[in-house]
Design a protein around this ligand. Structure first.
Ligand code: NAG
Ligand code: NAG
Length: 355
């Protein structure tokens, strides 16, 4: 025990910390028992604010953008989306400590199903908040679930405005993810345009630290077509592409197709900072996704035949070249699970069997 003199207030705090730490590690906090002498940093954090040591608070211990972590997670878990680097850069400059952002960061992710738009948001949440998607500062809305009833438009608008305002008043760094924007009834987002505009504050609330991400299939066909042209006709690799190769096409698509960004002010006022296209995936990317699904199930070296068997369920397009998976990496998990069960059961269950 690190107690030398009970009379010193520091050592008393130290002892309290120590007791809490060890005493609670079994049932309450799940801390590591090996940590018998607490680290100085941890003690200081605890002394500064015991409550926030344990519970999520609006401070640096719980909210801090970690660029390296995001890059690592993207490179190990997301395949074939080099343009995602633009999102990393955008987040990095948004959270730059030396140059305060002047408006909320707004990004719109576009692409066909299975390309990873939704999948990547968990890594983004994880790179900003210690609690990741479970953070109380992360809000995930689904167009079809939350905003699809035309008669409730007014209600949606006022609810959304007051939720965003209420949450940001409590803590300025918040992540709002709007999934399936194309399934939202039009105009829901109009009401929040002042929030994401270049205004210092609106009714006394500063929205400039928030992040808004919109996900949709809007423009997916245009992205596929355009990428196909660049790839087949101009011989460009996906690694050579830049956002500017797509921005115009996505904006055009977002205007012309139905859905939540359509008709609304969100796009026409140019309030979206970055349009990020998710490119259709080729055979080599699907193969990586399949291997990943095996690895998740503890099969590190799946047999080639089994990979090919999963590959067979994929439909390929466009008709002319059949270069891209029509469903990206979606729905591979269940198929892989069946194969693992059939052929590798002894691998994943060997430890249990021995018990
Ligand atoms: C991101 O990577 C870190 C390791 O660097 C890992 O602990 C974390 O779980 C990953 N995030 C997600 C959402 O998988
Ligand atoms: C914060 O947002 C959630 C929706 O994600 C909402 O239910 C809650 O009421 C909001 N909190 C405040 C204080 O407005």
């Amino acid at each position: 025990m690190p107690v030398k003199s009970i009379s010193s207030p520091i050592s008393i705090l130290f002892t309290i910390f120590y007791l809490l730490h060890v005493g609670s590690c079994w049932e309450l906090w799940g801390y590591n028992v090996e940590l018998s002498v607490p680290k100085r940093d941890e003690v200081l954090k605890f002394i500064r604010n015991p409550y926030c040591y344990k519970y999520e608070c609006c401070n640096d211990n719980w909210i801090q953008f970690k660029k390296r972590k995001l890059e690592n997670n993207f490179s190990t878990h997301v395949f074939g989306q080099p343009l995602l680097n633009a999102a990393v850069d955008a987040l990095s400059s948004h959270f730059n400590k030396y140059f305060q952002s002047s408006k909320a960061l707004t990004m719109s992710f576009h692409g066909m199903t299975g390309t990873g738009k939704n999948y990547v948001t968990r890594f983004i949440a994880d790179s900003i908040f210690t609690n990741g998607m479970k953070s109380k500062y992360v809000h995930h809305f689904f167009g079809r679930l939350h905003f699809s009833e035309t008669s409730l438009l007014k209600q949606y608008q006022t609810d959304l405005y007051s939720w965003i305002k209420g949450n940001i008043s409590e803590c300025p760094t918040q992540l709002f993810i709007f999934d399936e924007v194309d399934k939202m009834i039009p105009n829901v987002l109009d009401y929040i345009t002042p929030i994401i505009d270049y205004l210092e504050d609106v009714e006394g609330v500063d929205y400039s630290k928030a992040v808004f991400i919109f996900l949709s299939n809007i423009g997916a066909d245009i992205i596929t077509e355009h990428f196909h042209d660049l790839y087949v006709q101009e011989g460009k690799n996906r690694e050579d592409l830049t956002l500017s190769d797509f921005e115009y096409f996505i904006q055009k698509g977002a205007f012309n197709e139905n859905g939540g960004l359509f008709h609304g002010k969100t796009i026409s006022n140019n309030l979206i900072d970055h349009y990020i296209p998710f490119l259709p995936l080729e055979k080599k990317h699907i193969q990586l996704c399949i291997e990943k699904e095996f690895q998740i199930r503890k099969v590190l070296h799946p047999h080639e035949n089994h990979i090919n068997e999963v590959m067979k369920i994929i439909e390929w397009g466009p008709d002319s070249s059949k270069l891209f998976s029509k469903t990206g990496c979606k729905r591979l998990g269940p198929k892989v699970a069946i194969l693992v069960d059939r052929h590798y059961r002894h691998v994943s269950f060997s430890e249990k069997d021995e018990l």
